[in-house]
Design a protein around this ligand. Structure first.
Ligand code: ADP
Ligand code: ZN
Length: 520
């Protein structure tokens, strides 16, 4: 058998050609060089270490946090005639011993290892006894303490460089802003590695974000109109909600299944297997679902709750349309999402620095929601790709957003926040502007405020939209220590003094875009 990468691609994997830059990456590693690969989900990262493992003498060691998928990966490789095994906590002592023997005897092409194993001196000793082709560090962003997938065990992987200086290392991830990239290089000692950064654009995915008013109904409408017979994923923030939404969709005639970390392992496994194997299954899941799932024909990813960051949004929506055919990333978004996430972040037990970083990530996510120009540009810009033209395949491109001069309304809203003491939430502030008289208004004597009743030109929904946009653009901050009261930000000053004007998005009902999405 030839050990040429192209020969292996065609004869072992059955594909005719490399997708650039797979060939260059494989060439680098096959010749003993280190590589850092940043490639979107579905881009074809696995071959980048699988083929060099076959082309080089010895066994390729793949470090992956996705223990649940190792069995599947090994089985899939076995079907291709590749001799692979894995070491993780699910093996019995006998199974483990037999894999270890096979490794030392040189019988394995690929060995998948859970990161915590590499912290054991025993595993390092074992690896020293074997001939190694390479180390592949998959999901390398887990080494970043700023990321949402941080795993302490990844920090130890830096020692591979010292322990095995002659074994090439390839780190791979789908998520990396500039800061995470630097952290991967630094922590994994990849200063000498060639970096391969593949474009983030997923042109076949149509991005749409719509104001949340009746999410269940909006979701059903979206599915009926555009994806009545498709497979897809609906992401929710809480476990309870995934079950609620799954049963609601079932009652509406869809094949929906829940998935979250609180379900018994066998239910999770069987729901995941059905999603992968059957057609037309809708998985209603928390973010626990999806990492490493390879289903090419997911036609939509719907978010009923706001993701915490653009990285998370991009990664989750990236599970749609891996086959390159049109797919939709659809999300409903409302003010409550902002409050909820802000509070969750404030209550998390990270350091202040960590909380600030999280807050910045959420702000970037809100920025995407409220933008009036092309959403794809915002997304790609965030990942460092600055020269894309408006895409023509997102809601803001397809239906240009109507804006209005919100300067006067914003001033009224900000004054109301100020005059009521910077501690009330949106509902109450809207009540003041509309001149409502209810218990709370009376209790705080808010009929006396100069802004009481001065907002009759807008209705409650429109006022909520004004507040949401002011928060998203950083004029107002959510007081996360308390109960979600709003405070003025320094940024307000110019607007309040009349030195600045503000254009606001006019909220539109979810526009039916079926036609445009199908003619792409
Ligand atoms: P990633 O790990 O980057 O998310 P995978 O390695 O799982 O992506 O690859 C995604 C899909 O693309 C898989 O189904 C894989 O078999 C396929 N694929 C990868 N490289 C090629 C290629 N050169 N030609 C055809 N299909 C490919
Ligand atoms: Zn666009």
């Amino acid at each position: 058998m030839s050990h040429e990468p192209l020969h292996i691609l065609q004869h072992t994997f059955g594909y005719s050609a490399f997708r650039p830059p797979q060939d260059e990456i494989i060439d680098t590693v096959t010749h003993g060089g280190d590589a850092l690969v940043i490639m979107p989900t579905g881009g074809g990262k696995s071959l980048c270490y699988q083929i060099p493992s076959l082309a080089r003498a010895g066994c390729g060691v793949v470090i992956s946090p996705l223990i649940a998928l190792m069995q599947d990966q090994v089985d899939a490789l076995a079907q291709l005639g590749v001799s692979a095994g894995y070491l993780n906590s699910t093996l019995s002592p006998t199974e483990q011993a037999s894999i270890e023997q096979a490794l030392v005897a040189g019988e394995l092409d690929l060995l998948y290892i859970a990161p915590e194993r590499l912290n054991q001196a025993r595993t390092i000793n074992l690896l020293h006894q074997a001939r190694l082709a390479l180390f592949a560090i998959d999901e390398a962003h887990c080494v970043s303490q700023w990321g949402h997938d941080f795993r302490a065990d990844y920090l130890q992987l830096g020692l591979l460089a010292e322990e095995f200086p002659d074994v090439p290392r390839i780190a791979l991830t789908a998520t990396a802003d500039a800061r995470t990239q630097q952290e991967i290089i630094h922590r994994l000692h990849l200063e000498q590695a060639r970096a391969f950064i593949v474009g983030f654009d997923r042109p076949n995915i149509q991005y749409r974000i719509t104001p949340k008013n009746n999410p269940k109904k909006q979701l059903v409408q979206f599915l009926r109109n555009e994806h009545p017979e498709d497979s897809g994923i609906v992401y929710c923030l809480s476990r309870k909600k995934t079950e609620e939404i799954a049963s609601h969709l079932q009652s509406e005639g869809f094949n929906a299944l829940p998935y979250h970390a609180g379900l018994p392992a066998e239910v999770r496994a069987s729901n995941q297997a059905r999603f992968l194997r059957e057609d037309q299954i809708i998985m209603v899941a928390t973010v626990a679902f999806g990492m490493g799932i390879d289903k090419p024909d997911v036609r939509f990813v719907a978010h009923l709750d706001l993701p915490k960051s653009l990285e998370a949004y991009y990664q989750e929506t990236g599970r749609a349309g891996r086959d390159g055919n049109p797919a939709t990333a659809w999300m409903t978004y409302g003010y409550q999402d902002v409050i909820l996430l802000s509070q969750m972040m404030a209550q998390s037990d990270g350091s202040l620095e960590h909380k600030i970083a999280e807050r910045q990530k959420l702000d970037a996510m809100l920025g995407l929601c409220e933008v009036t120009s092309c959403r794809r540009q915002v997304l790609l810009n965030y990942f460092g790709e600055r020269d894309h033209a408006p895409c023509g395949n997102c809601d803001t491109c397809l239906t240009p957003v109507d804006t209005w001069d919100g300067t006067e309304a914003a001033r009224k809203a900000l004054s109301t926040v100020y005059r009521s003491g910077q501690r009330f939430g949106v509902s109450h502030l809207v009540d003041i502007l509309l001149g409502k008289s209810n218990d709370k208004i009376i209790q705080f004597d808010h009929q006396q405020l100069s802004t009481y009743g001065i907002g009759a030109e807008l209705d409650a929904n429109q006022w909520r939209s004004v507040f949401r946009q002011l928060v998203a653009r950083g004029y107002l901050a959510v007081d996360t220590a308390g109960f979600g009261g709003l405070k003025l930000d320094e940024k307000c000053r110019a607007l309040l003094k009349g030195e600045e004007t503000i254009e606001l998005r006019r909220d539109v009902k979810d526009i039916k875009q079926r036609k445009s999405s199908r003619t792409q």
